[in-house]
Design a protein around this ligand. Structure first.
Ligand SMILES: NC(=O)c1ccc[n+]([C@@H]2O[C@H](COP(=O)([O-])OP(=O)(O)OC[C@H]3O[C@@H](n4cnc5c(N)ncnc54)[C@H](O)[C@@H]3O)[C@@H](O)[C@H]2O)c1
Length: 369
């Protein structure tokens, strides 16, 4: 298999994303080229990465003094106090500004390690080796890092672009079906917000992706997904406007995750899937999209057995809790809840255009869930 390369270049950043089988073999040469002054590497592993790959990554980095930390990821790891703990450990090992933090894991490890890299000595080199589908199609791209607060998800964070991203497809082989579905949620989002042809190809290839039957198709899908995300990020790196389109389904999702205390009962990708179907139903109700668009998306969920009934997870007494958390979302600038709705497959409303009061949102959520 040929390794795909996406160059991410704009006025603030210049790095490459490599996607393919055996792409981790590029790590040694790339670190030498991109971080020539590095002597020490803080290597942050997701515990579930298979031993074979941990060994491979360590071998590729054997020219450096390695400080290795392993975590069992869950949303509680994304906390300010745990990030501070790691910072203190790295400072104790005297990592300098020229040194590098390498994250090998899913979105949780990437967000956490990237945040640490951004605050350690006001920022050190960061390299991301995403190991879940979600991290390969979404969280490793765009430079958002962060941790959660008791008040809500990802409310503490920074923008810190990586020097390099390597998406090793072999890592997906050990990933559970549930976590493949999570990554698929963000792939679906990218098609819905920007590319109806991509949506058609997902309709055709969903089984091949979710069941890991064809890695060439998976590689092309990851690559298309990254490019759509970059289309938005490159126009608005700091999320002042256009990038907010990527938030489609996520205001609901963040509310759902927070109301569920970030428990594993619903993970991020599942919350995003629920959030996107709720946002689509609301779009139809508000006459922003047609019945045909809603039907196509409902059918896609049904065919692929994707979670779509909020009431399977929350009793009607708890729906208001979701909306209360939605109001704390960082994209809101007053008491109203800011939502991205869908006009048709491939096109959304513009950021800031559709807003609901807390009271109206509570009433709507009852009807669409
Ligand atoms: N920064 C961003 O732009 C951005 C974008 C989207 C999502 N996110 C964040 O990403 C997080 C979710 O990421 P995720 O879905 O990757 O979850 P995750 O990091 O929890 O990983 C999911 C599970 O897969 C396991 N795992 C990781 N790699 C594996 C492998 N190769 N084989 C077997 N198991 C493996 C992990 O141990 C974990 O149990 C959320 O916190 C979300 O907020 C960030």
């Amino acid at each position: 298999m040929k390794i795909s390369k996406i160059r991410v270049k704009n006025k603030n950043t210049d790095y490459s994303i490599f996607i393919g089988n055996k792409s981790l073999n590029l790590l040694k040469k790339q670190v030498k080229k991109l971080c020539p002054k590095t002597k020490k590497v803080g290597l942050i592993f997701d515990r579930k990465i298979p031993g074979k790959y941990k060994k491979k990554i360590k071998k590729q980095l054997s020219n450096y003094k390695l400080h290795i930390y392993e975590y069992q990821p869950n949303e509680n790891l994304k906390s300010f106090s745990k990030a501070n703990n790691l910072v203190e450990k790295l400072l104790k090992n005297n990592l300098s500004r020229n040194d590098t933090i390498v994250a090998a894991g899913g979105g949780i490890i990437g967000d956490f390690a990237g945040f640490v890299a951004s605050i350690l000595k006001r920022g050190v080199n960061f390299i991301n080796l995403p190991s879940t589908l979600l991290a390969q199609v979404d969280s490793s791209v765009g430079g958002k890092t962060g941790v959660n607060s008791k008040k809500g998800k990802n409310l503490i964070g920074s923008f810190h672009q990586p020097r390099l991203v390597i998406s090793e497809l072999g890592l997906l082989k050990s990933l559970s079906k549930r976590n493949m579905v999570c990554g698929f949620a963000e792939i679906l989002k990218h098609s819905l917000i920007h590319d109806k042809v991509f949506f058609k190809s997902l309709t055709k290839n969903s089984k091949k992706i979710l069941e890991k039957l064809d890695f060439e198709i998976i590689k092309k899908t990851i690559s298309r997904s990254c490019k759509i995300k970059l289309f938005f990020v490159n126009q608005d790196e700091k999320e002042k406007n256009k990038r907010m389109v990527l938030n489609f389904g996520h205001t609901f999702a963040h509310g759902i995750e927070a109301a569920n205390n970030y428990s594993r009962k619903i993970n991020h990708g599942e919350a995003v899937l629920l959030g996107m179907i709720l946002a689509t139903r609301l779009s139809f109700k508000k006459k922003v999209c047609s019945q045909d668009t809603l039907d196509k998306i409902e059918n896609f969920y049904k065919t692929n057995n994707l979670p779509k009934n909020l009431k399977n997870y929350f009793s009607s007494n708890h729906l208001n809790k979701i909306v209360n958390f939605m109001q704390i979302d960082k994209k809101n600038y007053d008491n109203k809840i800011n939502l991205i709705l869908l006009k048709k497959i491939g096109k959304t409303t513009i950021p800031g255009k559709f807003r609901l009061s807390l009271k109206d949102m509570k009433a709507e959520l009852r009807k669409i869930s």
